[in-house]
Design a protein around this ligand. Structure first.
Ligand code: SF4
Length: 316
């Protein structure tokens, strides 16, 4: 029986108390095409130093992202704001679950300073879910965007937000801060929501993305799903249609990897050629940009992809 613990700070605490008593899930052996770079380079260590010096959290570390060796070598880190503790308990996610602490009013400046020190031309900012806050953390997102804009004039800003479920006005607050790209992940197909993303609602997420475009038709929108959670191909194609109905520009599709035996099992490893086939279909359905591969993550190569997306729109 595996219990996931976090003993980096303070006493030994279960990282996922809600999962601690669940039976272990089977763990499939990873195929050869899931290969990652070891996190050992000087660039990696420098990224780690800057993140630590500013007291920040990254989703790269908290989610146990397989790309961290590659991304941090290039000083590409994705900041996770509003603490390291999430009010939701999704079955796929490695971020700690619990009651988060108060917001850090200095965090926007620290994120901006780390963005400057890392020399990021494109920064991705995400967060834990903050269902405990009246606005879900939307005002804090806006403050972070404002601080980066003030300090890093040439940096494009991508936000990857929670769903702001039952937080009226939250989407409007974030859009008004003018990020360059508004990302919100669906994570999985609607039939899997109750088991994979139980605190969320599929059509709330679709509606969020649609609402962003209603408020600001020029804002780029982006969303992503994981495969390997037991979804069918037709369900994936339906998600593509739903996202296109919401006029989403950019789709990411990556392989789900199981953080621990307490998390949702990997039902299947999709071979790389099936990702390519899905990308072809997604382009045919009208997405401007698609990233689909086993190691695709929302923020993987986000800067290069955003530059291509912007250039594409300019030519149109
Ligand atoms: S893919 Fe995103 S989350 Fe993963 S290491 Fe790279 S920047 Fe971080």
């Amino acid at each position: 029986m595996t219990v996931v613990i976090d003993n980096v700070l303070g006493p030994v605490m279960p990282r996922h108390p809600e999962k601690a008593h669940r039976p272990d899930q089977p763990a499939l052996r990873k195929p050869d095409w899931i290969r990652v770079k070891a996190p050992v380079s000087p660039g990696y260590l420098e990224t780690q130093r800057i993140v630590r010096a500013n007291g920040l959290h990254t989703v790269c570390e908290e989610a146990g992202c397989p790309n961290i060796g590659e991304c941090w070598e290039k000083k590409h880190a994705t900041f996770m704001i509003m603490g390291d503790t999430c009010t939701r308990a999704c079955a796929f996610c490695n971020v700690k679950t619990g009651l988060p602490g108060a917001l850090d009013a200095a965090e926007p400046e620290h994120v901006a300073e780390a963005t400057r020190k890392l020399g990021l031309s494109h920064v991705v900012v995400t967060s834990v879910d903050r269902d405990d806050l009246d606005d879900g953390g939307a005002t804090h997102f806006a403050a972070v965007i404002g601080a980066i804009r003030a300090r890093c004039l040439d940096t494009s800003i991508e936000v990857l937000t929670p769903d702001f479920l039952r937080k009226d006005g939250a989407i409007e607050t974030v859009v008004a801060a003018r990020p360059d790209i508004f990302n919100h992940n669906l994570e999985t197909v609607p039939a899997k929501y109750l088991t994979v993303r139980p605190g969320a609602r599929y059509f709330t997420s679709i509606r969020l993305l649609q609402r962003v475009k209603e408020i600001d038709p020029g804002m780029f929108t982006k969303s992503g799903i994981m495969v390997g959670l037991g979804e069918t191909r037709n369900e994936i194609l339906q998600v593509m249609d739903d996202l296109r109905s919401a006029d989403v520009d950019f789709l990411t599709i990556g392989q789900y990897l199981q953080p621990s035996r307490k998390h949702h099992a990997v039902i299947r490893f999709m071979p790389p050629e099936e990702f390519q086939a899905l990308a072809t279909i997604a382009y045919a359905k009208g997405f401007s940009m698609v990233s689909a591969s086993p190691l695709t993550r929302s923020s993987h190569h986000a800067g290069e992809d955003f530059a291509r997306l912007r250039a594409l729109r300019a030519t149109r």
